[in-house]
Structure formats: structure tokens, C-alpha cells
Design a protein around this ligand. Structure first.
Ligand code: GAP
Length: 454
């Protein structure tokens, strides 16, 4: 999918406050706080009718780009619960920790790695200046128990990173598919972390979704594949956003590398919160397969079918978040434009048309003429088999356009009096508000060409 040329350049627009996105998400049914009637649960969210459409589009597009378009990549869907030894082998039981300090005075809690250096040195609270307590260490894995009989129950964990299933299934995939190294396995799935400081809406949650590619290579080809996937993933995100100047790479310093990574780059996106990680590209080397070989006692080495060389494959990982993509795309797309007629500003979501939750809205110009309504309903019934279409005849046409702009619908089809004479409709495009006449018979092809990826 190429970047849409028809969306206006918006690089000089100010950063949108997160509160505006949160309010829009609730008002229009993208995202709701989980268990809200009970007061909510911090760091956990539900997705509403529009949210689930947008999420599905984002997921499908990732899968299409990563699995369908690559002959050397296949997909799996692993379980959320695994054998507890997996998390010992992965290093998470030992290393997946946050170090926290509490302020003696105001009782606020901070992650040490998020504190300004001067507060670490002075041991003072960055908010009230009070003395900080001794740091404590917390493991982020979420525990659960398998079995019902007390004493026989087995403690295990909800997966802390989705990618572990890929290492567990690596040998099965190799034996059951026709893959040979170099090849990759993809997965989209939920991960769970007892984040001690969840926040910034969907950015840091306790239950979230990741998409992973684990690409298995011969050690001598590691650098080449690492560079290949690093560029590929950057270009993928770039093609989806309007503010391409707000995307960058950041190399991890040696002091911040995860326990499994020898080298890592983050793809970062800049919002009002600053530069933040969107996806990680990790040089995992032979850490995962070596550790699982050691802990399980199963040999996970690979024998080259031609050279007969035997080795543990090295791994390039690209690991991103469905939720962060969802949030960043909304932030990137949100804009308030002055109304030329001097009324309320127009709120518009300039989402890529292929990802927009609703592709088309069919609107009869007036409600008082039955023929307009039946023609519009007929068009909607035809279009909804091909794409997400909404029929709307409530309120004046200007307000209905605004409602669709606010949820990012790229096209509105208006059935007016001319339609009854010549079987054409007005198609209004969201970003420039330009209008063209299209014959009803040509409408499906006209829209499909603009709202599907290929
Ligand atoms: N397997 C490697 C791994 O899990 P990570 O950097 O911890 O690496 C990968 O996570 C991606 O998952 C991040 O780039 C981010 O998009 C997403 N992610 C991580 N923690 C998250 C959280 N608490 N809430 C939402 N998304 C999160």
C-alpha cells in the first residue's frame, strides 16, 4: 500500500492532546474503559463497534503485508497459557522486572528508569521533593493457576510476550511445512504484563496485543536480514501515516537492551507525550532456541539440507503493538479544521482509507421523499456486501457529513433529486470535501479501487 497522495500535508499541525482522542474514542464507540460500571480497571480497555472494525483492518493489513506477501513467512496462533518452564527458559521469571521507588511524603510511585537522573542522585521525589524509599523489584508476569484441586494446582503465567509460542512451535512448523532457513513465523496475539505504571490510554496497558515476526537465519546472514526487516518495518509504518516527519529509529544503548537482545532499534513516533516506542527490531541471536533446547531437553538445532551443516538458527525479531498502532494512527489522523462558513470547526480523522472503520456512508439528501430513501437503502444494501457501509437519514446533510468525517469515513454517497433522473450519485471525499458524480452501477468498482489494499 502506498502512502495516500490525496491526503493533505499536515506536518505543521500541532500535536493533539491525548484527552481529545480519549473523548472521541468514548463518544463515537472506538474504545471504552473496561468494567466502567464498577469504576474501571487501570490499564485495561474494551473496543466498541468502530474500534473493533479499525482493529480488524489494522490486523488484517499487517497479516497481508507480512505473511501473504512473503513466500518465506508463515503464520501461527498460539495459546495464551503455556507450560511454566517456558518463562524460566525465556528469562522472564528472572529478568522481567521493574524497579520502583515510593515517595515517603506524597506516596507517589515511580519506575527508577523513568526518574530524571538528578532525582536518582538526590533520592528526592520529582513532584514534591520528599525523600524516596528503598527501591523494590516487581516481576511483570501475570500469574494464573491450572487445575482445581488444592495442592495439585500448577502455577503458570499469562504470556508476557506473545513471541514465545513461535519458538515453541518452531520445530513443528519446520516439520509440517515446506519452510527452510531463512524463513519466518508470524503471530498476532494478546500479551499480559503487570505494568506498575500503566497509563497514557492505550499506550501502556496490562492486557494488550502484539504482532511479531521471528525470522530464523544462518548466523552469517544475520546482519543482512536484520537490515532488511528493519527497513521494511519502517517503510510499512511510514506508508500508513500523514506526519512522516514524526517517525524515526532509535538505537538502544547497551544499558537498556532487553535480556535477550544483542542489538535493538525502536521505531518511534512523536506525539504530545514525546518520542515513544512503536515497534522494536531485536537481534535475538540464538538466545531463544538455545535456552528452550537447554530447558526442554529437545534439540532445536537445524541441519542444512544441502551442506548438512548443523547449527542453532539466529533470530531477527520485529515486535510491535496492535494497540499502539491503533492509538498512533488515531493521533496521527486527528485534525480540527476551521469551518469556512464560520461555524464549529470540522473534526476529521484522516485515516488511510483502507484502514478506516467505515468505508462509505449512504445518505439520502432529504427524508421527506420516499423515492430518495428507497434508492439510498438499495445502494447501501448492495455496498454493504463489499465493504463496511452505513445508511444515515437523520439530521441535515451537513451534520451527517460531519458525523462521518469525525470517524474517518473516506467517502459519502448522496442520493439527490438528480439521482432519480439519471441514476448517478454524488460521491464526497473526506479530506478535500470534493464532490464528483458517479453512476450507481459504477459505484462498487469506484469505491473498491479506493478503499482496498492491493
Ligand atoms: N517480544 C519482544 C517484546 O515483547 P517489547 O518491546 O516489550 O518487546 C513489543 O514489546 C511491542 O509491544 C512494543 O513496541 C509495543 O508496541 C507493544 N507493547 C509493549 N508493552 C506494551 C503495553 N504495556 N501496552 C501496550 N503495548 C505494549
Amino acid at each position: 500500500m502506498t502512502q495516500t497522495e490525496n491526503r493533505p500535508t499536515t506536518s505543521d499541525t500541532p500535536f493533539v492532546p491525548i484527552e481529545k482522542i480519549v473523548a472521541l474514542c468514548k463518544r463515537r464507540g472506538f474504545v471504552y474503559p473496561n468494567s466502567e460500571i464498577y469504576g474501571g480497571v487501570s490499564g485495561i480497555y474494551d473496543f466498541g463497534p468502530l474500534g473493533v472494525e479499525l482493529r480488524n483492518n489494522i490486523r488484517r493489513y499487517w497479516w497481508w503485508s507480512m505473511v501473504q506477501l512473503h513466500d518465506n513467512v508463515v503464520g501461527i496462533e498460539g495459546a495464551i497459557i503455556t507450560h511454566p518452564r517456558v518463562w524460566e527458559a525465556s528469562g522472564h521469571v528472572e529478568n522481567f522486572v521493574d524497579r520502583l521507588v515510593d515517595c515517603k511524603n506524597c506516596k507517589r510511585r515511580f519506575r527508577i528508569d523513568h526518574l530524571p537522573p538528578e532525582n536518582v542522585i538526590s533520592n528526592r521525589c520529582p513532584v514534591c521533593g520528599g525523600e524516596l524509599m528503598e527501591p523494590r523489584t516487581f516481576n511483570l508476569l501475570m500469574e494464573t493457576y491450572l487445575g482445581v484441586v488444592e495442592g495439585e494446582r500448577m502455577k503458570t503465567y499469562l504470556r508476557g510476550e506473545a513471541c514465545q509460542n513461535i519458538y515453541l512451535d518452531y520445530d513443528n512448523v519446520l516439520k509440517s511445512s515446506r519452510m527452510q532457513i531463512p524463513f519466518g513465523i508470524c503471530q498476532i496475539g494478546k500479551a499480559f504484563r503487570n505494568e506498575v505504571t500503566p497509563g497514557n490510554f492505550l499506550f501502556r496497558q496490562r492486557e494488550f496485543e502484539q504482532w511479531d515476526l521471528q525470522f530464523f537465519v544462518h548466523p552469517s546472514e544475520m546482519q543482512q536480514w536484520f537490515d532488511y526487516w528493519k527497513e521494511k518495518r519502517f517503510e510499512w509504518y511510514k506508508s500508513l501515516i500523514n506526519h512522516t516527519d514524526r517517525l524515526r529509529f532509535r538505537a538502544h544503548g547497551s544499558d537498556e537492551l532487553a535480556h535477550y537482545a544483542k542489538q535493538a532499534f525502536d521505531i518511534e513516533y512523536q506525539t504530545i507525550l514525546g518520542w515513544q516506542e512503536w515497534e522494536g527490531i531485536h537481534w535475538r541471536q540464538d538466545w531463544d532456541l538455545s535456552r528452550h533446547s537447554e530447558y526442554s531437553g529437545q534439540d532445536l538445532s537445524y541441519t542444512d539440507p544441502i551442506t548438512k551443516e548443523r547449527y542453532i538458527p539466529w533470530i531477527v525479531e520485529t515486535s510491535g503493538g496492535v494497540d499502539r498502532t491503533f492509538l498512533n494512527l488515531l493521533i496521527d489522523a486527528y485534525e480540527e479544521e476551521p469551518d469556512p462558513a464560520g461555524k464549529e470547526p470540522r473534526t476529521v480523522l484522516r485515516l488511510h482509507p483502507t484502514l478506516a472503520p467505515v468505508k462509505v456512508a449512504v445518505l439520502p439528501l432529504q427524508k421527506n421523499k420516499e423515492e430518495l430513501l428507497t434508492t439510498a437503502r438499495g445502494i447501501h444494501n448492495r455496498l454493504k456486501r463489499l465493504m463496511v457501509s452505513q445508511y444515515d437519514d437523520v439530521a441535515n446533510i451537513g451534520r451527517r457529513y460531519r458525523r462521518q468525517d469525525e470517524i474517518g469515513t473516506p467517502y459519502c454517497v448522496t442520493v439527490d433529486f438528480q439521482t432519480l433522473d439519471d441514476a448517478t450519485v454524488t460521491v464526497r471525499e473526506r479530506d478535500h470535501m470534493t464532490q464528483v458524480r458517479v453512476a450507481i452501477d459504477e459505484l462498487p468498482a469506484y469505491l473498491l479501487e479506493r478503499v482496498t489494499w492491493q
